[in-house]
Design a protein around this ligand. Structure first.
Ligand code: KG4
Ligand code: ZN
Length: 392
């Protein structure tokens, strides 16, 4: 089965084409093409992602990115007579009226190449920034109309979960069938959730943040320390340096909800605690930054370790995975791995390859693959909508 996937929920425009074949207890995954354009440098100036700027960039870059992926996958074949049926051209134009210039660039591409052999198109329709999501949704819908391929709407967070189950074996990838129930800790710029999966496609959110997402807290604390956006990797780097020279932070920060009787989180207080502590310091040196990064990350790591332990005990899960941008964090990974090896030696742990932890389209294609059988029947009937706060 060959799936083209599109991801535009935040500040990354990503398209991938995967060939996936079912084997006994896994599926063999071949990445035929994978392209990603990050807008981070553009948003850096503002210290965060601006939805309308993100939309403009997705609109500008998505057609060239598709060309690149098709070429990489060997699916770029020029037509002898360059043309496109007028009713299709009209529908593509109608679908892309809100994305300036996009129907023109897409129609040029569609009239140049032969229809590539694809079984489905998967697209992220939430959660994320709505103006950004709409670019991907409208573009994917136009492609599915022009190429007569079923369209599968995907929840971005499902993609983060599934990318953890993708393991590299020599040159190929395997999508593992995990031993359910599976517990997922999803940690990103917009989410902090504990999700229980009883089987493919079933999700129960059993814990979440009451205020800020952990990635958001990382980014905000980094900003207070004068570090660039995105702040997660910056704080992580400083904290690791502090650990390398055995620094004992002279600051102490709270461990919010560490002993609460539920599986919820809260990071707003932690962020405010950093703000107040910083106010008392006349000059912020590199050493102050290291000390705060260390203590902040230790607090976050402790909270996650404790809550995951509680969730594993309560759910009896057989598999544990971490997903989302923050799962690239060395310290969090190390603490969770250590706790599971010590306390739950029978639980299988999956942590995604670092390059798959941040937003990409490979994970959206995987989600499309696991959903294709349920969606295909009515895929062409209901138009897909972008939903900013889409839940799992
Ligand atoms: O999943 P993602 O790429 O986008 C969202 O869907 O939010 O996650 C981005 C978040 C940002 O807040 C970024 O600072 C954080 O992931 N992040 C990290 C690390 N790498 C990225 N946070 C902590 N440590 C890291 N190494
Ligand atoms: Zn994400």
């Amino acid at each position: 089965m060959r799936i083209l996937a599109i991801e535009t929920s935040c500040d990354e425009t990503a398209i991938a084409i995967l060939e996936i074949a079912k084997e006994d207890n896994f599926s063999k995954v071949t990445v035929l093409g994978n392209a990603l354009l990050s807008q981070i440098d553009l948003h850096k100036e503002y210290g965060g992602v601006f939805p309308m700027l993100a939309k403009r960039e997705h609109t500008r870059t998505i057609t060239p990115l598709l060309e690149k992926v098709l070429e990489e996958a060997g699916l770029w074949q020029e037509k002898e007579i360059k043309s496109i049926a007028p009713e299709i051209a009209q529908e593509v134009e109608n679908l892309l009226t809100k994305e300036e210039g996009l129907s023109a660039s897409l129609l040029t591409l569609l009239s140049t190449i032969k229809t590539p052999a694809l079984d489905a198109i998967a697209v992220t329709h939430g959660p994320g920034l709505e103006p950004a999501l709409w670019v991907g949704v409208n573009f994917a819908t136009a492609l599915s109309v022009a190429w007569e391929v079923p369209l599968i709407p995907i929840n971005h967070m499902e993609g983060h979960i599934l990318s953890s189950l993708l393991l590299k074996e020599d040159t190929a990838y395997m999508l593992k069938t995990p031993h359910f129930p599976l517990l997922a800790l999803l940690i990103s710029g917009g989410h902090t959730e504990l999700v229980l999966m009883e089987g493919w496609g079933t999700y129960k959110v059993i814990g979440g943040t009451k205020d800020d997402a952990v990635g958001e807290a990382y980014d905000k604390v980094a900003r207070m320390l004068g570090l660039p956006y995105p702040g997660g990797p910056e704080i992580s780097k400083l904290a690791e340096e502090a650990r390398a020279h055995h620094m004992q932070s002279e600051f102490s920060l709270p461990r919010p909800m560490l002993h609460s009787d539920d599986l919820n989180f809260s990071f707003a207080g932690l962020k405010t605690a950093v703000l107040y502590a910083l106010k008392k310091i006349p000059t912020i040196t590199t050493s102050t930054k290291e000390a705060f990064s260390l203590e902040f990350e230790n607090a976050v790591g402790e909270v996650f370790t404790k809550k995951v332990e509680k969730a594993l005990e309560e759910t009896g899960a057989h598999t544990f995975i971490v997903g989302g941008g923050v799962s690239a964090n060395t310290h969090i990974k190390r603490m969770l791995t250590h706790m599971i090896e010590k306390k739950f030696p029978n639980i299988t742990l999956f942590i995604p390859e670092t390059k798959l932890t941040t937003d990409n389209a490979i994970m959206i294609a995987l989600a499309g693959y696991t959903r294709i059988h349920t969606i295909e029947k009515n895929a062409t009937h209901t138009p897909i909508k972008a939903i900013g706060n889409l839940k799992l």
